[in-house]
Design a protein around this ligand. Structure first.
Ligand SMILES: [Mg+2]
Length: 322
């Protein structure tokens, strides 16, 4: 059964419950009207997921909805911003009722969980693609930027790395796994958990932050470039999950942690003086953090394994790389 594309937003994405007070006028007019609190900055980010590029063809609509929200919220988390509003652009080959129902059910579940409200949307016919624009608030002067890292700062990450890249290998039948290990790694790939509370907690003292979407080496490289510094990572300090190390060789798990994408953990830098304060702020929101290296004066990201430089095959996922 199909539905008119003109009715999709109204039928599936407008919900009256949970209306935020800062939304003066939501969906239904030519524009939404919104109030930004006077002492806050508006943090805005947009991400597109294309079928076959950002998610595998045939991925369940609920998983696509989860990922679309998670990757967008991950960018707000990386700035220390609190989620507020979202607009949605949905392109699909045919408007299929069952797909839309399943997608929008999970979509609304997560909106509710993170206190987000849909403020606008558009639907078009075309290859399956989901674009979200998220808006969040961060008090003036405290946003976590990529440009604040200083020589001597510790480089830290939340959670374990490499799980999502291994999950993708499993989903593509390029790696065999069973039981809980398989479930854990697939969940890390299909349903990343954006580190929203951790990002807000990091405001107490992190000097720079980024979310790990393209692999630690590539994303830490962005911090280094913006901060005009370099970094040295100790491969032996990279947090790997038990699932990751049990499903493949240590070397491959490490490679996934350093250069695999889709983990959506946070990588941040912090001075030695602020480390304990930041660590306990993260503990208070139930997030573990690991120091994996240090910012240096030299440019570029170097990796040491057993004290020797480690060469990598690639440095993260680049859409336009050959
Ligand atoms: Mg990002």
């Amino acid at each position: 059964m199909s539905v008119s594309e003109f009715n999709i937003i109204e039928q599936f994405f407008v919900r009256k419950e949970g209306d935020r007070r800062d939304v003066v006028l939501g969906i239904g007019d030519d524009c939404a009207l919104l109030n930004v609190p006077s002492d806050q900055c508006l943090a805005v980010s947009m991400d597109t997921l294309n079928e076959g590029i950002h998610f595998l063809s045939g991925t369940a609509p609920a998983d696509i909805a989860h990922k679309a929200i998670a990757v967008n919220l991950s960018d707000l988390a990386a700035m220390g911003a609190e989620p507020a509003w979202v607009s949605l652009s949905l392109s699909m080959p045919t408007a299929e009722l069952g797909w839309l129902q399943s997608f929008s059910d999970t979509f609304h579940e997560l909106l509710h969980h993170y206190g987000l409200q849909v403020i606008g949307g558009d639907t078009t016919r075309g290859p399956l693609a989901i674009t979200l624009q998220v808006h969040g608030f961060v008090p003036e002067g405290v946003a976590l930027k990529r440009s604040g890292a200083k020589a001597g700062d510790l480089v830290c990450v939340t959670g374990t790395l490499g799980d999502a890249a291994l999950g993708l290998l499993i989903a593509e039948h390029r790696l065999a796994a069973q039981g809980e290990v398989r479930d854990h790694l697939l969940t890390r790939y299909y349903r990343p958990e954006p580190r929203v509370a951790a990002g807000i907690a990091l405001r107490v003292g992190a000097s720079a932050a980024i979310d790990v979407s393209d692999g630690l080496v590539a994303d830490l490289g962005h911090i280094c470039k913006a901060s005009e510094v370099g970094a040295v990572i100790n491969a032996d300090d990279i947090p790997l999950s038990e699932a990751a190390t049990s499903v493949t060789t240590h070397e491959r798990a490490l490679d996934c942690a350093l250069t695999g994408g889709d983990d959506y953990e946070l990588c941040f830098t912090v001075s030695e003086d602020n480390y304990r304060k930041v660590q306990s702020a993260l503990e208070s929101v139930g997030v573990a953090c690991y120091a994996v290296g240090r910012i240096s004066g030299k440019s570029g990201v170097r990796i040491l394994k057993d004290g020797e430089p480690l060469e990598l095959n690639k440095s993260g996922f680049d859409h336009f790389a050959s």
